[in-house]
Design a protein around this ligand. Sequence first.
Ligand code: NAD
Length: 256
Amino acid sequence: MGQTAVVTGSSRGIGRGIAVSLAEAGYDIMVNYSRNEDAAEDTAREVRDRGVEAGICQADIADTDQGRRLIDSTLDRFGRLDLLVNNAGIAPRVRADILEAESESYDEVMSTNLRGPYFLTQYAANWMIELKAAGKIDKGRIVIISSISAFAVSTSRGEYCVSKAGLSMMTALFADRLAEHGITVNEIQPGIIQTDMTGQVKEKYDRLIADGLNPIRRWGQPDDIGKAVAAIALGYLDFTTGAAIPVDGGFHLKRF
Ligand code: NAD
């Protein structure tokens, strides 16, 4: 059996792009979704079209018990877990100024974008340690999809920025702790990527991109992120851990 990856939130958007790129890299995929089973089936079909296996598992990753069930289902189905991609995430339902934003939105965003992935990673990492010791996997790899919002300020969605900055520290912590077990942990920081999440602000971003916000003047696409994850999955960054890798058309460059 080939290597196996779990990609959270892979029914659409960046998660689907990652699942397909990993399938092209030869990985079997556990597709995770929270609500839209038909969309998850579509991703699974695209994965199988690449000649590898796909399972699908409903689990709300904000709920730590459901996160555990996702990993358990992957092990039941594939007998191994080589790669966890923490991709699922949400934007605040309402963009509200940090002087007015509500604590309910903060709690919702933080539990989905940070608390859930934190404990999912803890659970998956413990399994990877066990699988490695048993000789069932060769290497463990964990990828965390954060954002340019880990460092770029947006005062109308503070909770999102805080959650993504938290993922950066989470990457560093798990990278340090897991290195002795041969497990790498890296963060990918997507820039502006064309998905449903950015659909509501498309015109605004069209303008910003045309005006040169990114040195590379185009929208990012889900497969731009998928290819970066595939590079890690294929072992091209095996001496890299705890890194924040920008895949953002150069957005992160300070220019004047
Ligand atoms: P999207 O809204 O199109 O897709 C997000 C996916 O995550 C959906 O399939 C959704 O169902 C799933 N999801 C959300 N909450 C979940 C939960 N509790 N449990 C399980 N699945 C859940 O968004 P996207 O643009 O594809 O974003 C994917 C990731 O990339 C997110 O973490 C997002 O913050 C990050 N990101 C996106 C952009 C961008 O410009 N689109 C930029 C930087 C970072």
